[in-house]
Every structure is written in structure tokens, then in C-alpha cells.
Design a protein around this ligand. Structure first.
Ligand code: CA
Length: 229
């Protein structure tokens, strides 16, 4: 049974989420502060971490940053404010996804299912290696390099880069990227794609403000190009 660690200090919300996640067939661990959450994440090695940002003792940003240096544990952040969404993007925390409060239960469960499905779906022994300009992506080891230096990419960033590079030269709409990378029908918030593209550009582009690889296709989405050397 997949295990989810839920770190949330609003006890009513935590109990509602626990009840519904358990009904979905997940085993749920809970922590009500960041320090305890971090401790449980390390000790119990859950399959997914649902992490609130405003937490007693240690905030969600710090927990995310610390864990990301230690593991690939998928992290879904719960945000309550717009400035938190901006900070998730700005700090390159490596969170896999976020849901803004107030969210519907259906929305949260859809994100959780998508992350679980994606994690289970990692192909075994089905390897593709892409060389594109200074970049190299190896889907077998799930590693990527720029000019020989390994990139630290979150799971989502890696999947997004792979999707773009596999379809290089083609304009991919945000909807297509959501479907391919996030793996479910995602209505509305195409900003999720833009946020992840921004993180990815910070890592793969020499000048993220003037991207050469990941180009914006106005009114559509993005296109991967190999810049002339
Ligand atoms: Ca909170």
C-alpha cells in the first residue's frame, strides 16, 4: 500500500485529508509541524509528501529544501497565498507540484493519483539518450547534463525536459504538456506549466531570460530547439 506523509498543522484539514486519502487506498502518516514531518519523512520513506508551507517549528519551504537534497521523494506543496506560489518558483525548491488553498478535495486527489501513477509508471529498462547541443538526457538513469555537468532536476522537471526534447522542433501546447507530463486532464491552471518551464530554464539555459533551448511559442506553449553552436 503506498504511503503518504501529510504535514499540515490545521488539524481539521489534516483529518479530512487523511480520511479521504485512506478511502483511496493510501496509508497515511501525519505530522503537525515541520520538524516532526522531516523526521518522519526520513524514517518512514513515504511514497509522497503533502507539505503545507506555514508550519510551526520549521516551515514547508525549509522542509522541502532539506529533503530535496537527500532524496527524490515526490513533494506536493499546499500553498495559502499567491506570494507563496511565487516563492516556490523563485527558490527552485524542487517541489513536484503545488495546490493552492482553498482547493477542492477532488483536485487534490487528482494530483495525488497523477503523482502516484507517474511514479509507478517509470519505465524499466526502456532507455533513450538524447544529445542536444550542450545538453544530454538519459531516460534510463534519469540523469541530465549540461556541458558535461550533471543537472539537479526534480522529477517533474526531468519529465518535462524529456517530453520537450523528444518532440524537438514541435510546438507543444500547455495542455499537451500537462497531459504528457502531469498525466491527467488538468482543467484551468496552465500556469503550472509556466512555473516548471521557468525552473527548467534556470537550469538548462545559459541566460534564462533569453532562452535558446526552450523557446516560447506565443499563444501556444513551448518548443525545444537545438541552438546553432
Ligand atoms: Ca499551516
Amino acid at each position: 500500500m503506498p504511503t503518504i506523509l501529510l504535514v499540515e498543522d490545521e488539524l481539521t484539514l489534516a483529518e479530512t485529508l487523511r480520511y479521504n486519502l485512506e478511502r483511496e487506498g493510501y496509508s497515511v502518516l501525519t505530522a503537525a509541524d515541520g520538524v516532526h514531518g522531516l523526521e518522519l519523512a526520513r524514517r518512514e520513506q513515504p511514497d509522497l509528501l503533502i507539505l503545507d508551507i506555514m508550519l510551526p517549528r520549521l516551515d514547508g519551504f525549509s522542509v522541502c529544501r532539506i529533503l530535496r537534497q537527500e532524496s527524490d521523494l515526490p513533494i506536493l506543496m499546499l500553498t495559502a497565498r499567491q506570494d507563496e506560489v511565487d516563492r516556490i518558483a523563485g527558490l527552485e525548491l524542487g517541489a513536484d507540484d503545488y495546490v493552492a488553498k482553498p482547493f477542492s478535495l477532488g483536485e487534490l486527489l487528482a494530483r495525488v493519483r497523477a503523482i502516484m501513477r507517474r511514479t509507478d509508471r517509470q519505465p524499466v529498462g526502456n532507455r533513450e539518450v538524447f544529445d542536444a547541443g550542450l545538453l544530454r538526457v538519459d531516460t534510463g538513469s534519469r540523469r541530465a547534463w549540461r556541458a558535461g555537468a550533471e543537472l539537479t532536476l526534480s522529477q517533474k522537471e526531468f519529465d518535462l525536459l524529456t517530453c520537450l526534447i523528444r518532440n524537438r522542433g514541435m510546438a507543444l501546447s500547455r495542455d499537451v504538456l500537462l497531459e504528457r507530463v502531469w498525466g491527467y486532464d488538468f482543467l484551468g491552471d496552465s500556469r503550472t506549466v509556466d512555473v516548471h518551464i521557468r525552473w527548467l530554464r534556470e537550469k538548462v539555459e545559459e541566460d534564462p531570460g533569453r532562452p535558446l533551448y526552450i523557446q516560447t511559442v506565443r499563444g501556444v506553449g513551448y518548443r525545444f530547439e537545438i541552438p546553432p553552436q
